[in-house]
Write a protein that binds this ligand. Structure first.
Ligand SMILES: [Ca+2]
Length: 180
């Protein structure tokens, strides 16, 4: 009988110890797997901080590329001034004249339902300069002042579909500044 009790106590002790180890391991695993906010901040860290934007920043945007990062992170509510300072481009080399970002007039969304258009912004000229911050898209043209409706990195491109970039030509130099 005493041997039986000893064995029982030993078994219970073993079970408790195993459960304890298991709990500790689960806790450790949870901590290892849970996302650390700091890491998220680091991976999405802007290349240039908002404070550096009081000075003008110039970037070159290629008509043969899709959304191009400017390396500029913009906070929601900030007002941006974008201006094409040099260069020209076309969305169809040999067929459509070059423009300086304002486009040459064709706006898909005015011809057919915007949902049928392939341009990132159907209601802006198909060969114009357009921008995006987060999911917020806007027309720039030759120049524009906009207020960021979302926070995020500023991207720019020609308002041409990705599948139509191959016949484009030219680049624009764009000056960007932020009103404090
Ligand atoms: Ca094209």
């Amino acid at each position: 009988m005493r041997t039986y009790l000893k064995t029982l106590v030993a078994v219970i002790g073993l079970v408790v110890a195993v459960l304890g180890l298991l709990t500790a391991w689960i806790q450790f695993t949870k901590e290892s797997l849970s996302p650390v906010p700091v890491v998220v901040v680091i991976t999405s860290a802007p290349q240039q901080s908002i404070n550096q934007l009081t000075n003008n920043i110039e970037v070159e945007i290629d008509s043969t590329q899709g959304w191009q990062s400017t390396g500029i992170y913009v906070e929601q509510g900030k007002t941006l001034i974008l201006e094409v300072i040099s260069g020209n481009w076309t969305n169809w080399k040999g067929q459509v004249p070059y423009s300086g970002g304002e486009g040459t007039g064709y706006i898909c969304g005015e011809q057919v339902s915007p949902s049928q258009c392939v341009e990132p912004l159907p209601n802006f000229a198909s060969d114009s300069l357009v921008g995006q911050i987060g999911g917020f898209k806007f027309g720039v043209g030759k120049g524009n002042t906009i207020t960021a409706e979302q926070s995020g990195e500023l991207f720019l491109r020609i308002n041409d579909d990705d599948s139509g970039l191959f016949d484009n030509d030219g680049k624009l130099r764009v000056r960007i500044s932020i009103q404090n």
